[in-house]
Design a protein around this ligand. Structure first.
Ligand code: HEM
Length: 516
């Protein structure tokens, strides 16, 4: 049990945010692998053979045989979470199918309970980071260090492939470091409140180490997730129903019968007020609260990717004693992604933003010592050596060395976070951009004859694992949802429908400018 006393600056207890200092935003207790009440066995039995039914081409038929079950027999949040995971997997499998045309109506037997459990958990009724990562893991050996990559398994996958499980598990292992990360953030902020400079410095040094550690975990993605598999076989199931015109979901998806059980149905996720069709983006690790918590704690605000905003950093130290508060634009993609987190985690991030600011503390207490770069990231912090130690002559005041230590610790965090984002961009280039540019190839996987026509032989080069001779095919524009070939010169879009690399680079570069 970790002490939560460092978190007394928050208006609510960590428990009330469904956050803990062991695993962060993922539960301390292992998620349920099956709902205990046999009443729910029709859902559990179907999801346990999900891949088999998809492969047999009879999954949709099986869904239509499901009874409409009440959610009244779910007894606790853990059970609601399990129900949400099961129902989102069933819903996305139904909509996307396997080598089938997308369906734009989720049948009542899934749609109604999915809508209701999502309302209870305060999350959107689509696959999210919570469905596939936070609430979708188990530990293999409970006697060992719990949540390391070599001791984890995913509870449900769409494809039954190790690649898909690995994709989720890398995120689970990162999420689990959220406990350590929150401990450091709590220590840093409570020491800001107590005006204990060394305490803030030590907490930031530890936070920087944790960010380096999650970057190492992120870089293990290549070990067991083949980019080809990911892009062409797995990613399609994570897609939601926003910006999906090309996939046949121009209006989004209808949750059959949900309007009868919830008055708010019509007002959420629709283009027009009265539409029964909903548009929601799908699952993305951009919905991870850990990364956003680090951003919030370090005082990093998000910006639109437009050129004018690019040049502005909000809080370059001002001559006056006040560091202006900056409100990020409300429509920014990363802020929108908070609606795809459990609402308690979103609330946590909002309340964290109101806590004593670490960045503000560093800036205000090192004025005259730091010489912030107004341009891009520089590896070396520039210390203004010529300035006298002015305000720090009294023995009770921190020394110049302490102030320099504080700036360096803060900058270590920024550099580590920027390095995380650089590694992530590299992954997105390998797993998304290169795949989209290469066009779909037939190798060990079957290609829908309606999707493609063979044009010649080529050795498959994108996968580090498979090197057999394969047939190159000319892809039609859309294979399924997010799995599509994109011509050179056209943007490869992320879940949010914007140019993924441009978007991620802008955030990465902006992170770097926060060095002091
Ligand atoms: C094969 C692996 C991965 C791919 C292809 C990938 C792809 C993407 C893409 C395309 C975006 C842009 C926004 C969107 O489309 O939603 C994004 C955003 C993001 N991803 Fe990943 N991702 C991968 C793994 C991870 C992992 C393991 C994490 C760790 C938690 C992660 C964390 C993030 C974050 C935090 C963002 C928001 C942007 C930012 O804060 O820098 N991703 N990812």
């Amino acid at each position: 049990m970790q002490t939560t006393e460092n978190w007394s600056f928050m208006p609510r207890s960590l428990e009330e945010y469904d956050v803990n200092l062991v695993n962060g935003f993922t539960p301390e207790q292992t998620p349920l692998s099956r709902l205990p009440d046999e009443y729910y066995s029709p859902w559990e039995d179907l999801v346990s053979r999900l891949t088999d039914h998809l492969l047999a081409g009879r999954f949709r038929e099986r869904v239509l045989q499901l009874p409409l079950l009440s959610i009244d027999r779910l007894t606790c949040r853990r059970e609601y979470q399990r129900a949400y995971v099961v129902l989102t997997f069933l819903a996305h499998s139904y909509v996307w199918g396997l080598h089938q045309k997308a369906e734009d109506v989720i049948p009542e037997c899934i749609a109604v309970p999915l809508w209701q459990v999502s309302r209870y958990l305060g999350i959107k009724p689509v696959v999210t980071n919570a469905s596939v990562v936070l609430w979708n893991w188990e530990v293999l050996d409970t006697n060992r260090e719990r949540m390391e990559l070599d001791n984890l398994a995913s509870l449900i996958t769409f494809t039954g492939s190790p690649d898909e499980a690995w994709f989720y598990l890398v995120s689970v292992a990162i999420e689990a470091k959220g406990g350590e990360i929150l401990r450091d953030i709590g220590k840093a902020i409570s020491n800001v409140g107590a005006n204990n400079m060394d305490g803030v410095t030590n907490a930031l040094l530890s936070l920087a180490k944790s960010i380096v550690l999650i970057t190492k975990i992120l870089n293990r993605m290549y070990e067991k997730n083949d980019p080809y598999m990911f892009y062409w076989k797995i990613r399609q199931y994570l897609a939601g129903w926003e910006n999906m015109k090309d996939a046949g979901l121009e209006h989004g998806v209808m949750y059959e019968g949900a309007e009868k059980v919830d008055d708010t149905y019509l007002t959420d996720g629709s283009d027009t007020e009265s539409s029964l069709y909903k548009k929601y983006p799908g699952g993305s690790a951009a919905q991870s609260s850990v990364l956003q918590a680090i951003d919030v704690a370090l005082g990093i605000a998000y910006y639109p990717t437009s050129a004018s905003a690019e040049n502005a950093r909000p809080d370059s130290p001002q001559p006056s004693s006040r560091v202006p508060e900056v409100r990020p634009p409300q429509n920014h993609y990363l802020l929108r992604m908070r609606d795809h987190m459990p609402s308690l985690h979103k609330l946590f991030l909002e309340d964290l933003a109101g806590a004593p600011g670490i960045r503000r503390y560093v800036l205000e207490n090192t004025r005259g010592i730091s010489k912030p770069s107004t341009t891009e990231f520089t590896p070396q912090i520039e210390i203004n050596e010529n300035l006298s130690d002015g305000e720090t002559t009294e023995s009770a005041q921190p020394s110049k060395a302490q102030k320099i230590g504080l700036i360096k610790a803060y900058n270590n965090c920024i550099s580590a976070l920027k390095a995380f984002r650089s590694s992530h961009i590299f992954i997105v280039k390998k797993y998304v951009v290169e795949q989209a540019r290469s066009g779909r190839t037939a190798g060990s996987s079957a290609v829908n004859s309606r999707d493609a026509s063979p044009v010649g032989d080529r050795t498959r080069v994108n996968s580090p694992i498979i090197t057999e001779k394969i047939v190159t095919v000319t892809p039609k524009a859309v294979v399924n949802g997010l799995a599509q070939a994109v011509e050179e010169g056209k943007a490869v879009v992320g879940t949010g429908g914007t140019d993924a690399i441009e978007f991620l680079s802008s955030i990465r570069n902006k992170t770097g400018t926060y060095r002091i």
